[in-house]
Design a protein around this ligand. Structure first.
Ligand code: ATP
Ligand code: MG
Length: 763
C-alpha cells in the first residue's frame, strides 16, 4: 500500500487527517492543496467512509480522472465509486436521475454554446428585433449572468435595476428574449450549461425530499479551486453539506480568475459565516513544492501589488534556480520563432521532453505564430481549447443525429440534420413545420412523425423518409449499446458515405474524424468506469467535456502544450513561456474597466507564473497584427511589476513608460516615448500603496527620446512621430502643467500623447 502520510508536511497532514466538520484550506499556489484533497479522500475511504458517499468537485474532468487514479493507488478500485467531476458533470448526472421532478425526461439534451446562440438568433428574428442591437453574444452573456446569479426569467423581467441596466444598454427586451429562450429550451427537453446549475438549484429548492436524499447521501463534500465558484455553485454545495457539515474547500484567493463569469471571492469569506467561525477549521499551507525560489518570489512580488487579498505568505525550500528570461521580439511571428528556438535549445541542453514545456497566452488567437514556428523546427505540440474536436462540423453532424435519436424534442439537433445529407427539404418546409407545430401546440417531432396528416403531396415524401429513419433508430436504443447504435446511424444516415465520396484531403480528414468519434464511443462502452453504456450516457459525457479534457488524436503523448492561462489552472510544467506580455493584450484592454479588473488580470499573471517548476521565460512583441492591421505594442506593465532582481537582464531599462494605471483607459496618456518619468512616478505611487519593495529598474531617457518643442501645436496640424509616423492633431488639452495631444496617426490609429515627452515634429 502507498504510504501517503509520510509524504506530507505538518499542516498538510493535519488537513488530510481532519475528522468531521467544515474545513477550509486556503493556501498559495503549488503548496499541495490538490494533493491534500486527494489524500484526504483516500484517507476517508481507508477509515471506512463509503466512496459512494463522497462528493468531490474539480475544475476539469481530467483533473478528476487524475485524482481518481491517485486515490485508486491507495484504496484500490473502490475509488471508482466516488462521485467526482466538474460541477456540471456531477449535477447533470443528478438532474438525469431526478429529471421528472422538474418536468424534464432523463434523456434531455445539453445545448452547447453554439446551440444556445443559434436558438437566441432565431428568437431575436422571430421577435422582429434588430440583430445588430441585440447581438447574440451580448444577449447570451446577459442571460448567462442572470442564471449564474439564480435570476429566472420572471424575476429578471420584474427587476427594476436589471431593467434599467438593459435599457441603458439599449436592449430593453432581453427579459422577453430570456423568457422565450427558457420556454423553448424546456419544450426541446434541453438544458444549456448554465441550466445544469440553475436547475439543480431549482430542484433542491422545490423538492425538499430530493434535497434530503442527497444531503444524507453525501457524507463528505469537497471542492477544489473554490475561489472560482459562482453563487449558483456555492449554494448547491452549501445545501448539500447542511446535514453532515462535512465540507472541505480548497482554494487560493490570489488565483481567482473567473470574476467575469460570476465567480466570487466573497464565497471564501462567507464560508466562515455560513458554518460559524468557531466551527470552521482553517489550515494554511505556505510551503510551495512546485517552483524554484526565483519563481515563487517573483510571483509574490507581483501579487503583493493587489490590495484585495487574504493574508498569507508563500515560501519554498527549493533551490534558487535560473533567473527569469525575457525575450523581446520585433513582431508576433518573431516571438513565435524565438520561443520555438528557445524550446529547441532547452530540450538539447537540459535533456527535456516536449511535455516539459508549456506556452501560455492570454487569448486563443495568439496560438498561430507558435504553431507555425514549432512546426518549422519539428516540435510536436497540442493545443488545449481552440476549435476542439467536438466542435468540428462533421462531428457535430453525427452528434446531431445521435441527439435527435435520443430526444426528438431537440429543436437545434432537428434543424441541423433534417436536410443532412441533402434530401430536398428546404428551409421553407422546415419553417412551415415549425408554424404548424406552434399552431397545433404540438412538438415538431409530432408533426414530422405524422407528416402525411399535415402536408399533402410530394413535399411530404422526404420528410416521411426522415421520420422513418429516426423511428428505426429509436427502436435500437433499448437493445444496443452506444457504439452499436452510433455506427449503425453513421452508416445508414448517409453521413459517412457522403464524406467517403468526397475524395479531397479535407473530405478524407473529416471521414477519419467521424471514425475517430466512433472509436471514442467504443472506448466509452469498454471503459469499466462507465456503468451505463447507453447512447444517452455517452452524449452526456461528451457534452460536458471542458476544453482541458480533450484527448490526443494521434496517440503521441509527448508534446509541448499551448493554452490560455485560464485553462492552465492547477497544472504544472518544468519550463513555462508566458507570451504576448504587451499592454492592451495582457492586461487585456477589453477587461480593463476598473481597478478590480486590473487586479483580476494580475491574478491571472500570478497563475501563469506559478505554473512553472524550473524555468520561466516571458516575452513580448513590438508589433502585432490585430484585426488585419499592424499595431505597435508596448511591453506590459506586468513585466515591470516583477521585482527586477529576479530577471536575467533588465532589457526593460529603456522600455516605454507606463502611466498611472488607476486612470481610466481613455485618458491614460500614451507615452511610448520617454515617459520613463511617469513610469517611475506611477511605480512609486504603486509601491507606496502596496508597500512592496521598490523594483530596481533604472530609467535613463535615451537621446532619441528627447521631446521636440511643440509649444505651438494646435488642432489640424500635421505631425510626424518617430514611431507612429505621420498623423494629424485632433485636439490639444491642457491639464495643469501637462499638455496632451490627441493625434490620429495614419498607420497607428488614434493616440493621446503627453507633449512634454512626445517625440513629435511638425511637418
Ligand atoms: P495550485 O494552486 O496550482 O492548484 P496546489 O496547491 O493544488 O497548486 P499541488 O498541485 O497539490 O498544489 O502540488 C504542487 C506540487 O507540489 C505537486 O507536484 C505536488 O506533488 C508537490 N507537493 C505537494 N506537497 C508536497 C510534499 N509535502 N512533498 C513533496 N512534494 C509535494
Ligand atoms: Mg491545485
Amino acid at each position: 500500500m502507498v504510504d501517503y502520510i509520510s509524504g506530507l508536511n505538518d499542516p498538510q497532514r493535519e488537513a488530510v487527517m481532519h475528522g468531521s466538520g467544515p474545513l477550509m484550506i486556503i493556501a498559495g499556489a503549488g503548496s499541495g492543496k490538490t494533493r491534500v484533497l486527494t489524500y484526504r479522500i483516500a484517507h476517508l475511504i481507508e477509515n471506512g467512509v463509503d466512496p459512494f458517499r463522497i462528493l468531490s468537485l474539480t475544475f476539469t474532468n481530467k483533473a478528476a480522472g487524475e485524482m481518481r487514479n491517485r486515490i485508486e493507488k491507495v484504496v484500490g478500485t473502490e475509488a471508482r465509486n466516488i462521485w467526482m467531476g466538474t460541477f456540471h458533470s456531477v449535477f447533470a448526472k443528478i438532474l438525469r436521475i431526478e429529471a421528472k421532478a422538474i418536468g424534464y425526461t432523463s434523456n434531455f439534451s445539453i445545448y452547447d454554446t453554439d446551440d444556445s446562440k443559434s436558438l437566441l438568433r432565431s428568437i431575436v428574428k422571430e421577435m422582429a428585433l434588430d440583430d445588430k442591437v441585440y447581438r447574440v453574444n451580448s444577449v447570451f452573456s446577459r442571460i448567462s449572468g442572470a442564471k449564474n446569479r439564480l435570476i429566472g426569467p420572471e424575476d429578471y423581467i420584474n427587476n427594476a435595476v436589471i431593467q434599467a441596466d438593459d435599457e441603458s444598454a439599449r436592449m430593453p427586451h432581453i427579459g422577453k428574449i430570456y423568457k422565450q429562450y427558457a420556454l423553448r429550451c424546456f419544450a426541446a427537453n434541453a438544458m444549456d450549461f448554465d441550466d445544469l446549475l440553475f436547475n439543480t438549484n431549482v430542484l433542491f429548492r422545490d423538492h425538499l425530499d430530493i434535497l434530503h436524499k442527497y444531503q444524507h447521501k453525501f457524507q463528505h463534500v469537497m471542492v477544489d479551486e473554490f475561489q472560482d465558484t459562482n453563487v449558483s455553485q456555492y449554494l448547491i454545495t452549501r445545501k448539500l453539506a447542511a446535514v453532515h457539515q462535512n465540507i472541505c474547500i480548497v482554494g487560493d484567493d490570489a488565483q481567482s480568475i473567473y470574476a467575469f463569469r460570476g465567480a466570487n471571492i466573497e464565497n471564501i469569506l462567507n464560508f466562515q459565516r455560513d458554518y460559524g467561525k468557531e466551527n470552521v477549521k482553517i489550515v494554511k499551507l505556505e510551503q510551495n513544492y512546485r517552483s524554484t525560489k526565483t519563481i515563487v518570489e517573483a510571483a509574490n512580488s507581483i501579487i503583493s501589488r493587489n490590495k484585495n487579498q487574504l493574508e498569507k505568505s508563500v515560501f519554498t525550500a527549493n533551490e534558487d534556480g535560473p533567473l527569469i528570461d525575457l525575450i523581446k521580439a520585433s513582431s508576433d511571428n518573431e516571438e513565435g520563432r524565438l520561443v520555438a528556438s528557445s524550446i529547441f535549445e532547452a530540450k538539447m541542453n537540459e535533456s527535456l521532453t516536449n511535455n516539459d514545456f508549456a506556452i501560455l497566452y492570454r487569448t486563443n488567437a495568439q496560438s498561430r505564430a507558435f504553431e507555425e514556428a514549432l512546426r518549422k523546427v519539428s516540435i510536436k505540440y497540442r493545443i488545449i481549447g481552440g476549435l476542439s474536436f467536438y466542435q468540428r462540423k462533421e462531428i457535430k453532424d453525427l452528434i446531431g443525429y445521435l441527439r435527435f435519436t435520443v430526444n426528438q424534442q431537440d429543436e437545434e439537433a432537428f434543424k441541423r440534420i433534417i436536410n443532412l445529407p441533402k434530401r430536398g427539404i428546404g428551409d421553407t418546409t422546415v419553417a412551415k413545420i415549425s408554424v404548424i407545430a406552434a399552431e397545433k401546440q404540438e412538438s415538431i417531432w409530432e408533426i414530422v412523425a405524422n407528416i402525411g396528416q399535415h402536408v399533402a403531396g410530394r413535399s411530404a415524401i422526404p420528410i416521411e423518409g426522415f421520420a422513418n429513419l429516426i423511428k428505426s433508430y429509436k427502436l435500437l436504443l433499448d437493445q444496443k449499446d452506444a457504439f452499436e447504435v452510433a455506427s449503425h446511424i453513421a452508416k445508414t444516415s448517409g453521413l459517412l458515405k457522403e464524406l467517403y465520396d468526397d475524395k479531397t484531403v479535407e473530405g478524407l480528414a473529416r471521414y477519419e474524424n467521424v471514425q475517430e468519434l466512433l472509436n471514442a464511443i467504443k472506448e466509452f462502452v469498454d471503459n469499466p468506469d462507465n456503468e451505463e453504456k447507453s447512447l444517452s450516457a455517452f452524449l452526456q459525457s461528451v457534452s460536458l467535456l471542458t476544453t482541458a479534457d480533450e484527448k490526443e488524436d494521434d496517440g503521441d503523448n509527448d508534446k509541448v502544450t499551448l493554452m490560455t492561462i485560464h485553462a492552465a489552472k492547477g497544472l504544472e510544467f518544468k519550463n513555462v513561456h508566458i507570451v504576448g506580455l504587451e499592454e492592451d493584450l495582457f492586461p487585456s484592454q477589453m477587461m480593463l474597466e476598473s481597478r478590480s479588473d486590473l487586479e483580476e488580470e494580475r491574478r491571472l499573471f500570478y497563475v501563469a507564473i506559478t505554473r512553472a517548476e524550473k524555468r520561466l521565460t516571458v516575452s513580448y512583441a513590438e508589433t502585432r497584427y490585430h484585426y488585419g492591421r499592424l499595431k505597435m505594442c508596448e511591453p506590459s506593465r506586468f513585466l515591470m511589476e516583477i521585482d527586477q532582481k529576479y530577471m536575467k537582464m533588465s532589457k526593460l531599462r529603456s522600455a516605454p513608460s507606463r502611466t498611472d494605471f488607476d486612470r481610466p483607459e481613455r485618458d491614460r496618456s500614451e507615452s511610448t516615448s520617454t515617459g520613463s518619468m511617469s513610469f517611475v512616478r506611477s511605480l512609486a505611487q504603486k509601491t507606496a500603496r502596496s508597500q512592496a519593495p521598490q523594483p530596481t529598474v533604472s530609467h535613463t531617457p535615451s537621446a532619441d527620446f528627447a521631446p521636440t518643442s511643440t509649444a505651438e501645436l494646435a488642432a489640424g496640424q500635421r505631425v510626424e512621430h518617430a514611431k507612429f509616423g505621420f498623423g494629424t492633431v485632433k485636439a490639444v488639452d491642457v491639464n495643469g502643467t501637462e499638455r496632451k495631444a490627441t493625434i490620429a496617426f495614419e498607420k497607428a490609429g488614434e493616440k493621446v500623447l503627453l507633449l512634454s515627452f512626445a517625440k513629435l515634429r511638425v511637418v
